[in-house]
Design a protein. Structure first.
Length: 436
């Protein structure tokens, strides 16, 4: 009977994603990634069946924080994804389609295949778009098997990183950070340090030079961790340069071209054997249809404390698509999901009071090699907001183990089921109630 029920439900899901029709719902969620699935699970417990619609075009749901470990040969690609249908809660309608337009004035969303959805409340969790095409020659290089160019940021390319790393015998290995907001701002440097660790342990380090080139003016936004990262790079002989933006890749001649942010006419060509590129990223174009819907950079404009939209009271947002001034990570989404759930629940009950406020908490496990990790945790003010009563700016094996094993477990088994909102309670317990 259970199998029959599941089969009928999946048939309904497929029908919803391919039919042109009109639908309505209590809560509409745009995006079935980390933020969308987490919010769907939380409100499924509250609203019951058939009250929530999720619009998501992809069949696979990826745990993207694991991509860095896949690129370093530490984790298999198979552990990074599950079917979208398996991570969406039972009783939530999945419209398998792409959002074509959002009309917040009329509370209507239209999809590419023609479905028109009217909502009472809207949660936008559309993520951030990878823009490989913004760098001249990059897409051609990534699509050329022997170019030496790779990127951990896309499931399409992530396996190329370790393949390239395994083949390199000498020359220059270059790792980049773009001149745009990115998801998980620590991941580009993690890719560099994990790769350096692998090359050193395989006995090839003396023949390979490592370069880290970032468009940012700092190696990491939080000084508490940046100081230690500079020390690690210096000790391991990684050449670090700031305010350097990758603008072109010539994979035929194996050269990467960097623009000096402060002196744009200065272009430096660096020959490479391996080039790991973090692509430019930007907000989804579909959000740009209403000028009041987004900020000047195109990100969803929400109140940084409540996560409610600045102009539309029945719209909330979380995750990478928002203009929240914090690092875009899964840990941030976990903390945001709790705040959003509490405040939107109050709205649904007709209460105007703010029940919860987001303090900007985010976390970036900075893996520096197999067996070592700096667990960066901080808030809007770029001040440490650490869970454990130890100095987390130092490398620890325990933090590496958590990143590799515990966090994926929490993600798949608790967060996507609506039961994990970050380590705030744990932090208070370990600090005897003296921490936020």
């Amino acid at each position: 009977m259970q199998n029959l029920r599941n089969s009928l439900y999946l048939m309904a899901v497929r029908y919803a994603g391919t039919s042109s029709n009109k639908q309505s719902c209590k809560l509409l969620i745009l995006g079935g990634g980390t933020g969308g699935c987490t919010i769907a699970a939380k409100f499924r417990h509250k609203l019951g069946k058939n009250k929530i619609i999720v619009v998501e075009p992809n069949d696979r749901h990826y745990y993207q924080p694991m991509f860095t470990l896949v690129g370093g040969g530490i984790k298999p690609m198979a552990e990074t994804s599950r079917s979208e249908s398996s991570v969406l809660p039972d009783g939530v309608l999945w419209v398998k389609d792409t959002v074509a337009s959002i009309d917040p004035e009329s509370s209507v969303v239209k999809t590419k295949l023609g479905t028109e959805i009217t909502y009472d409340y809207l949660v936008v969790a559309l993520g951030i778009e990878l823009q490989y095409n913004k760098i001249k020659g990059l897409e051609e290089a990534l699509n050329s098997p022997e170019s030496g160019v790779c990127s951990n940021y896309s499931p399409k390319y992530v396996l190329r990183t370790f393949e390239t790393l395994s083949k390199i015998k000498e020359g220059n290995a270059i790792f980049t950070f773009p001149n745009t907001p990115v998801k998980c701002a620590g991941a580009p440097l993690k890719a560099c340090l994990i790769s350096e660790d692998f090359i050193r342990k395989t006995g090839k380090r003396d023949k390979i030079n490592f370069y880290y080139r970032t468009a940012l003016p700092v190696i990491f936004s939080v000084k508490h961790y940046a100081t230690k990262l500079h020390e690690i790079c210096a000790k391991r002989n990684v050449d670090v340069a700031m305010k350097q933006e990758l603008v072109e890749v010539d994979y035929i001649n194996r050269e990467a071209f960097f623009k000096d942010i402060e002196r744009p006419i200065n272009i430096e060509a660096i020959p490479y054997t391996m080039l790991h590129v973090t692509p430019p990223m930007g907000p989804p174009a579909v959000m740009q249809s209403h000028p009041d819907f987004v900020d000047h950079a195109g990100f969803l404009r929400v109140n940084k404390s409540t996560l409610k939209h600045d102009y539309y009271p029945n719209v909330y947002g979380l995750g990478d698509c928002t203009n929240l001034p914090t690092s875009k990570t899964a840990a941030a989404v976990a903390a945001q999901s709790s705040v959003l759930y509490k405040n939107l629940s109050c709205d649904m009950l007709g209460s105007n009071k703010t029940k919860s406020k987001y303090d900007g908490y985010t976390s970036c496990p900075l893996v520096t090699g197999v067996g070592s990790c700096i667990m960066a945790e901080f808030d809007y003010n770029l001040q440490p907001l650490e869970t454990f009563p130890i100095d987390q700016s130092k490398e620890h094996f325990a933090m590496y183990w958590m990143k590799k094993n515990m966090m994926p477990f929490l993600y798949w088994n608790l967060m996507l089921r609506g039961f994990w909102s970050g380590p705030k309670i744990v932090r208070k317990l370990l600090h005897f109630g003296l921490s936020r």
